[in-house]
Structure formats: structure tokens, C-alpha cells
Design a protein around this ligand. Sequence first.
Ligand SMILES: Nc1nc2c(ncn2[C@@H]2O[C@H](COP(=O)(O)OP(=O)(O)O)[C@@H](O)[C@H]2O)c(=O)[nH]1
Ligand SMILES: [Mg+2]
Length: 318
Amino acid sequence: MDDIYSRLLEGDRRAVARLITMVENGDPAAKEPIRRLHEHTGNAHIVGITGAPGSGKSTLVSSLTKVLRGRDLSVGIIAIDPTSPFTGGAILGDRIRMQDLATDPGVFIRSMGTRGALGGLSVATNDAVNILDAFGKDLVIVETVGAGQIEVEIVKLAHTSVVVTMPGGGDEIQAIKAGIMEIGDVFVVNKADREDSGRTYTEILMMLEMSERRDGRMPPLVRTVATTGEGVDDLAQVILDHHKYLKHEGLLEKKAKERIVAELLEIINMRVGKTVLRALQDDPEMVDLMGKLVETREIDPHSGASMVIRHLLKKGEG
Ligand SMILES: Nc1nc2c(ncn2[C@@H]2O[C@H](COP(=O)(O)OP(=O)(O)O)[C@@H](O)[C@H]2O)c(=O)[nH]1
Ligand SMILES: [Mg+2]
């Protein structure tokens, strides 16, 4: 594994791809190179892009990347597809769309599925972000769908969170109201070529103006046409400006600390989950408990969980 570490730092793209596959598969051999790469991380500007399926995120990421490349910035892209690996259509679509970027050595694109995730996706995504950071990418863009738990976790880990909406997306406006609002640093109305886009723009603008955010900052709202690149220069600018703002206000360091803590908690969460599952399988006392829970229904899941935790803590001390 020494090899993959040094090859990665020498700029070998295949080493990057290989290590990401390893973290995605939960391969324990990834731990050592990840550990050693840690000191090379912390330089990339991490950008999260979220929004409903079909709002144009992938198209936008691709045109945004072209603009960033025009400014001589290197870009890593991680597209997370929460659909099952059997419906690989979206991933395929993204690949085709991003094809012209794929030959650019300043760009690294990777899709990740939720396959075998079990709470491991956030951890694998963080690892992949860190790998691309250590690989020297100036920006790492993570595209996720919707506003589910995993997406919110991922968006929390970005320095700059971009929320993409499109005209007529009544559901999205509800989602924004329901909490995405707080985590969005930049808002986009994509598909501004559609005639009903003006109304959506006004609605979101009003909502942004009325909302009271913890950071007291009014996030910019940008209109884009991802397919033609219209407005994407502006989008790139507000994203880069947000990074400058974080730096200037001393917030970048605060975010970095939050990111490390969130990462730690995610890893603990995943590892404890796995440990508990193993313990449940092997331990006769746990087998007995599962019997009472599932077969005879003597105990309810809450009491069962308490018993498992007490049992594991006792075992851990003994
Ligand atoms: N009219 C129009 N269509 C767009 C725009 N951006 C994306 N699309 C189309 O919307 C569809 C979904 O785009 P995609 O990038 O896959 O959305 P994602 O699911 O959010 O990643 C595709 O057919 C795109 O060509 C836009 O600005 N205007
Ligand atoms: Mg997409």
C-alpha cells in the first residue's frame, strides 16, 4: 500500500481511482494510505451541490467545471448516485455529459453508488474528498441528490453548499423551507431559459430575504442555463467569493474543525454499527435476546436496544 500512496502523490490518476474503489468497498487496506494522506489534505475548496433529480446538477457541474478550468483551477468531481446500482442510467448519463471533461488532466471525475453503504457512504465520500484534496485538486465538487439524511450530512461537510432549483419546482421550495435553507450558501435557479423561471426566482428570493439565518448572511441567488453556460460565470464567481468570505471572516478554520469532528462521528457511527452487528451474530446471549425480540415478541425494540448496549458496555469492560 506504500505504493498506492506514493503513486497518488506523484499524480497517478489510476492510483486515485483504485484507492477510491477501496474506500467504497470498505477495504481495510485503504486505512493506511488514507492515514498517510491526511497531512496532505486541507487545501481544497470543497463545494457541495444538491437539488432535486433533474434540476440540472450534473449539467451545471460540468459547465461550472469548464469555467473553473478557464481560470486555471483544477477540479475533482464526486457524483453520488443514491439509486441502486441496477439503475445505472443516471450514472451513464452523467458520464456522457462529462465526457469532454474526462480527457482533461486537470479534472478527475468519479461516480459513487450507495451500494453496500450501511451508513458507510458518508465515510466513503469523505475519504474520496480527502483523496482528491491530497491529489492537489483546487476544488472538490460533490454532487448529491435531494435533501435526505445522507445528502444533508455531505452538504454539511462542504465549505460552500450550492442548492440547485428549477422553475415549477414546488416541491423544492417546500424542501428549502424545510431546512435546506439553513445549509445553502449559494442558491441557483437553473433552466432560466424556461418561461416560468422568473416566478420561481422571485419566490426563492423572497424566501431568502425573509429567512433568519444563523450566519446573518443573505446568500446569493443566481440564474443559470446549465446547457448553454449562461450565468455560470456568475455562479463560479459567487462560489469562489464565498470561500474568500469564509477565509476572511476566520470561518474556514471553524468549518474545517466541524468537518473533522463530523467525520470522526461518522466513522465511529459506522464502526460501532458494524461491531454491534458482529456481536449480535456471535454472542449466545444476543441470540437469545433476538429470539425474545423477534420470535416470542417478549420485548420491544427500544428495550432490546438498551439491553444490547448494556451488554456490550459490560463486555467491553470485562
Ligand atoms: N432547458 C434546460 N434544460 C436543462 C438545463 N440544465 C439541464 N437541463 C436538462 O435537464 C435534464 C436533467 O439534467 P441533469 O444535469 O441530469 O440533472 P440532475 O439530475 O440534477 O443531475 C437534462 O436533460 C438536461 O439536459 C437548463 O439550464 N435548461
Ligand atoms: Mg446528476
